[in-house]
Ligand binder design. Structure first.
Ligand SMILES: *[C@@H]1O[C@H](CO)[C@@H](O)[C@H](O)[C@H]1NC(C)=O
Ligand SMILES: *[C@@H]1O[C@H](CO)[C@@H](O)[C@H](O)[C@H]1NC(C)=O
Ligand SMILES: *[C@@H]1O[C@H](CO)[C@@H](O)[C@H](O)[C@H]1NC(C)=O
Ligand SMILES: *[C@@H]1O[C@H](CO)[C@@H](O)[C@H](O)[C@H]1NC(C)=O
Ligand SMILES: *[C@@H]1O[C@H](CO)[C@@H](O)[C@H](O)[C@H]1NC(C)=O
Ligand SMILES: *[C@@H]1O[C@H](CO)[C@@H](O)[C@H](O)[C@H]1NC(C)=O
Ligand SMILES: *[C@@H]1O[C@H](CO)[C@@H](O)[C@H](O)[C@H]1NC(C)=O
Ligand SMILES: [Zn+2]
Length: 505
């Protein structure tokens, strides 16, 4: 591309992005509150801040990195939303309101109460705003155990006892009772689609053998087809994202077959789904959806949690409490930018909760827009040595809570490859190909058939290929041996509270 064309493009982009504000709207995303009604400022942080019988701890009233959210933190987060942007077009609330404590200390009523406390709070802070909730894996009792059959009583309990009926309309409430999913128009031509991807979560032992848990795939395809027919665009929200965890190599959230099926639907409807919003990871990241040829066709935004809770999965760590404000195009639902706000728990000024801007996506990542292409290029740029953007990303990943200052090449490749590849085979390939840096692919541009002088290049290519094959061979070998060793390891259950919890509570 010559420079004139570049300038022309930049000019077009500038003109387009400075359109009158009528087309530009705002919405909040808030996620993973994990409200712990038993949080105590005197409680032992290594026991979730509950046990105040031994010694005298003095945890902040706003929380502790080892523990889930006290009510004061939740009040402060919602008050910050109200102060920073009191009149958004809508609020996306992406689930998980129950603490990370063993199932034995909870029950369905307690879960519904925790969730209901937050439904009522959001409704009272934003009495006239559309609030679109979805359920998290922890919100079910026992945790993760969403049943495969449609029409479970659980959804009715959530509607009434957890007060989702104060957020959903009659229309969406009726849909919600089938499987915790629904869709509705937020304005003419723009549909919001709330999913229950907890049905696809690999920690859910009830749905693994089901072809279509709670008939959600069928509903999703039909709803997206109708949307296409009616010229609508769709904003999709859900709790658990597809793809792999960027902080834990090889950990995929969905069952593999569900992941494939889900990604195919996203690919088939990339002309209809213009933005995707998820929670669950507690970290700040994103994913690129590609078409079968590898061209970027979508971005999945993964927002960090309100709870600061230090993960029990080795090396993952804690995060600062956070809330996210998106700017979007009201006409087509595309995300134009977002501002990430946070509360730095480690430096509370005189004990007051000072929620401030952590970063502005466009400005701090220095991208012209948040389009699939720009966001893919951003991730690919992480690959260069000493990438400034990668260090920024890594800081934001834990909401500026220094978790893992030494992210080595392998760690970096897990981040990059989870961002750029939603499917396991492509992820594995990305991880094995990239570290050698033999292939600095200018990404999915088709192979150009330039005439090259027959030279040493061929020898290099052949040697390179041989090396790649050799590495693949070793990796496959290691994977096979590992597979045999740990089948459903405990550490994979870190976002579940029923299995393998440490000495918590
Ligand atoms: C809080 O503690 C009480 C008393 O130990 C217990 O019954 C209850 O289940 C706990 N609630 C939550 C939400 O953990
Ligand atoms: C949460 O809801 C329960 C049941 O309605 C209520 O007793 C409790 O006071 C609520 N807690 C807060 C902090 O609102
Ligand atoms: C919400 O709407 C009602 C009725 O239209 C109005 O009386 C009230 O002032 C509004 N509240 C806020 C906080 O905007
Ligand atoms: C919703 O349903 C209730 C009870 O069935 C009814 O009273 C109310 O008018 C309905 N609201 C709307 C907006 O349809
Ligand atoms: C995607 O679209 C293709 C072609 O229209 C179709 O054959 C396939 O069944 C669709 N897959 C899904 C998962 O929607
Ligand atoms: C989180 O837990 C790990 C392991 O127990 C510990 O090394 C780390 O310091 C904790 N992080 C914070 C912020 O407390
Ligand atoms: C909150 O933090 C910002 C930036 O860190 C600072 O400028 C501001 O003075 C602080 N406000 C209060 C009330 O402490
Ligand atoms: Zn969570």
């Amino acid at each position: 591309m010559n420079t004139q064309r570049v300038f022309f493009l930049v000019w077009i982009i500038n003109v387009c992005s400075s359109q009158p504000t009528g087309n530009t709207g705002f919405f909040w995303q808030v996620t993973d509150f994990h409200y712990d009604a038993n949080y105590s400022t005197k409680g032992n942080p290594w026991k979730m801040c509950h046990d105040s019988s031994e010694g005298s701890y003095s945890n902040s009233i706003y929380g502790n990195y080892q523990c889930d959210s006290p009510w004061r933190l939740i009040l402060s987060a919602t008050a910050a939303m109200k102060r920073l942007h009191p009149d958004p077009d809508f609020i996306l609330w992406t689930g998980d309101s129950v603490p990370h404590v063993p199932d034995s200390t909870l029950d369905l009523q307690k879960n519904a109460q925790n969730i209901g406390n937050i439904s009522l709070l959001l409704r009272s802070v934003f009495p006239n705003t559309s609030i679109y909730p979805v359920l998290g894996n922890h919100d079910e009792y026992p945790a993760d155990a969403y049943p495969p059959a449609p029409g479970s009583d659980y959804y009715t309990t959530i509607l009434h006892q957890a007060h989702f009926d104060k957020l959903l309309t009659n229309d969406t409430a009726a849909q919600f009772q089938t499987g915790g999913y629904y869709s509705t128009l937020s304005r003419p031509g723009l549909r919001v689609m709330g999913l229950n991807t907890n049905l696809l979560y690999s920690q859910n032992k009830l749905t693994g053998k089901s072809a279509d848990p709670a008939q959600q795939f069928q509903w999703m395809t039909a709803t997206l087809s109708d949307a296409r027919k009616n010229n609508e665009k769709v904003i999709l929200l859900s709790h658990v994202p597809p793809g792999l965890f960027e902080k834990y190599s090889g950990l995929m959230w969905f069952y593999n077959e569900f992941n494939t099926q889900y990604v195919r639907i996203l690919q088939n409807f990339s002309d209809v789904i213009t933005s995707q919003i998820y929670g669950h990871e507690h970290t700040d990241s994103y994913r690129i959806l590609k078409d079968p040829k590898g061209a970027p066709i979508g971005v999945l935004f993964l927002a960090p949690a309100v709870t600061p809770w230090n993960s029990s999965l080795a090396g993952v760590g804690a995060n600062n409490p956070s809330i996210r404000l998106y700017t979007y195009n009201r006409m087509d639902g595309t995300v134009l930018n977002y501002q990430q706000y946070y509360l730095n728990l480690a430096s509370l000024i005189k004990g007051t909760a000072n929620w401030t801007l952590e970063y502005d996506a466009k400005k701090d990542y220095n991208v012209g827009d948040l389009s699939p292409k720009s966001m893919l290029n951003l991730a690919l740029s992480f690959n260069s040595d000493n990438s400034v953007m990668f260090s920024k990303y890594l800081t934001y990943n834990s909401v500026s809570q220094a978790v893992n200052p030494a992210c080595d090449l392998d760690c970096k490749m897990v981040h990059i490859c989870s961002i750029t590849e939603l499917e396991r085979m492509n992820f594995d390939l990305c991880k094995t190909v990239n570290p050698t840096k033999t292939t600095k692919m200018p990404h999915p541009s088709p192979p150009t058939h330039h005439r090259r002088p027959v030279s040493k290049t061929y020898i290099y290519i052949i040697v390179g290929l041989a090396a790649v094959v050799f590495i693949l061979f070793i990796v496959v070998g290691i994977i096979c041996i590992r597979r045999r060793r740990h089948f459903i390891p405990y550490r994979f259950s870190r976002f579940s509270n029923s299995l393998g919890r440490g000495p918590i509570n």
